[in-house]
Each structure stands twice: as structure tokens, then as C-alpha cells.
Design a protein around this ligand. Structure first.
Ligand code: Z5A
Length: 205
């Protein structure tokens, strides 16, 4: 096995959650045990932090608080779910991980990448996903998909410019780490995106 910890990233409505299930089905068809999880969240305590982060009533939350809560949730998630699963030899598929902090809190909010890297080192040490699937699509397409779902959370209320900065930060990460981060064209129809992901699945095992 070459990859056991796989993360799914992308901006609003990119189809991460949908395609995570494609990878899960593939791995299970190969007889693998798969743990599916998400960030922020993934444990009862981290899900409570997620509620704080997404609640649109928390409009006074400052950017540093947002960043620290993301990493507090991540510390709990690693300790309770990710590391134990990897130690058992299971696969872990996480809907978002630290790349999202660099993209949203770094690119989107404008916090220093150096400060985020310090927190990443503190919270996760050597732990890194071996493969990251980055679902990339124009912001308007993703927002349209999210709007179709109804009520918007605290992040989804951010403007187009915020999400454009997030997208560019993700693409810059992919350029810096092409071996780990695989960019998927998520603007295509569902069958075409699924076909791209299935093609990548073959290289996971
Ligand atoms: N966040 C952060 O700021 N910093 C961090 O460190 C972390 C997170 C970890 C919660 O994430 C927020 O936390 C997130 C970033 C921030 N905020 N935002 N924005 P989340 O993952 O829970 O929320 P999300 O990004 O908003 O997820 P999402 O909108 O559910 O997107 P998705 O999972 O990528 O998409 P989906 O659920 O698979 O699909 C969305 C809809 O589109 C759905 O109706 C599908 O049926 C449809 N879909 C999917 N693919 C297609 C295609 N190809 N064509 C047409 N329709 C499609």
C-alpha cells in the first residue's frame, strides 16, 4: 500500500463529499477497511467546535479565534480518530484537513502562512496525508450548488472575493506539492468527475 491517509479539499460545493464516497467504495471493493471522517469535526467534541465555527450567529469571531478553533478540533480529531485508525492499518478518508487552514485562514482571511505552519507542526507533527484530491471549480459554479441546498453557514456567507482567494491558495499549494495534491476538474458533470476520481483510485493501491 502506498497511501492510507487521503484528504479531500476544494472550495464551496466542489463535490468533495460526493467523491469521497467513490474512493470509499473502490477501497472497500478491494477488501480494505476504511474510516470516513471530516474536518472541522470527526469526534463528538470536535463536532461541537464545528458548530461554533459554522454558526452564522457567531459573526464577531475574530480570525485568530477561527484559526485556533480549527486546530483545537484537529488535535482532538487526530488523537481520537485519525492516528488510532492509521495505527490499526485502516485507511482514513478525511473531508478536509490542514490544507483547508492554509487556504481559508491563510488565503481567505489573510493570516500568515508561517503562523499556520507553526500550529500544524505543533498539532500534527509528522502526520501528513499521502494523497490529497483537490476539487477545483469556478467559484460561481460551487456557490450555485451550495445555494441550491438552502440555508448558508458562516463561511458560505463570505463573498466571491474571499472564495476566489481560497481557490487561488489551494491551486498554489497544488503547484508547490504536485506529488501529493492531485487536481480534479470539478466543474464537469457528475459522471465525468467520478471517472477522473476512479482513474486515480487505481494508483492508490
Ligand atoms: N474550514 C476552514 O475554514 N478551515 C479548515 O481548516 C477546515 C475547514 C478544515 C466546513 O467545511 C467549512 O469549514 C468550509 C471550510 C471551513 N466552509 N466552506 N465553504 P465543509 O466541508 O463541511 O463545507 P463545504 O465545503 O461547504 O462542503 P460542501 O458545500 O458540502 O461541498 P462538497 O462536499 O465539496 O460538495 P458535495 O456535498 O459533494 O456536493 C455539493 C452539491 O453539489 C450536492 O448537492 C451534490 O449532489 C452536487 N454535486 C456534486 N458534484 C457535482 C457535479 N459534478 N455536478 C453537479 N452537481 C454536483
Amino acid at each position: 500500500m502506498t497511501a492510507r491517509f487521503i484528504t479531500f479539499e476544494g472550495s464551496e460545493g466542489a463535490g468533495k463529499t460526493t467523491q469521497l464516497n467513490t474512493v470509499k467504495a473502490f477501497l472497500e471493493s478491494q477488501g480494505q477497511t476504511v474510516v470516513v471522517t471530516r474536518e472541522p469535526g470527526g469526534t463528538p467534541l470536535a463536532e461541537r467546535i464545528r458548530d461554533l465555527l459554522l454558526d452564522s450567529a457567531n459573526e464577531t469571531m475574530c480570525d485568530d479565534t477561527e484559526l485556533l478553533l480549527m486546530f483545537a478540533a484537529r488535535a482532538q480529531h487526530i488523537a481520537e480518530v485519525i492516528q488510532p485508525a492509521l495505527d490499526r492499518g485502516d485507511w482514513v478518508l478525511s473531508d478536509r484537513f490542514t490544507d483547508a487552514s492554509f487556504a481559508y485562514q491563510g488565503g481567505g482571511r489573510g493570516l500568515s502562512a508561517q503562523r499556520i505552519a507553526q500550529l500544524a507542526e505543533f498539532v500534527q507533527g509528522e502526520l501528513q496525508p499521502q494523497v490529497t484530491l483537490l476539487f477545483d471549480l469556478p467559484i460561481e459554479v460551487g456557490m450555485e450548488r451550495a445555494r441550491a441546498r438552502g440555508c448558508l453557514d458562516r463561511f458560505e456567507r463570505s463573498g466571491t472575493e474571499f472564495f476566489e482567494r481560497v481557490r487561488q491558495a489551494y491551486l498554489a499549494q497544488a503547484q508547490a506539492e504536485p506529488m501529493r495534491i492531485k487536481v480534479i476538474d470539478a466543474a464537469q458533470d457528475l459522471d465525468s468527475v467520478t471517472a477522473q476520481v476512479e482513474a486515480l483510485c487505481q494508483s492508490l493501491i
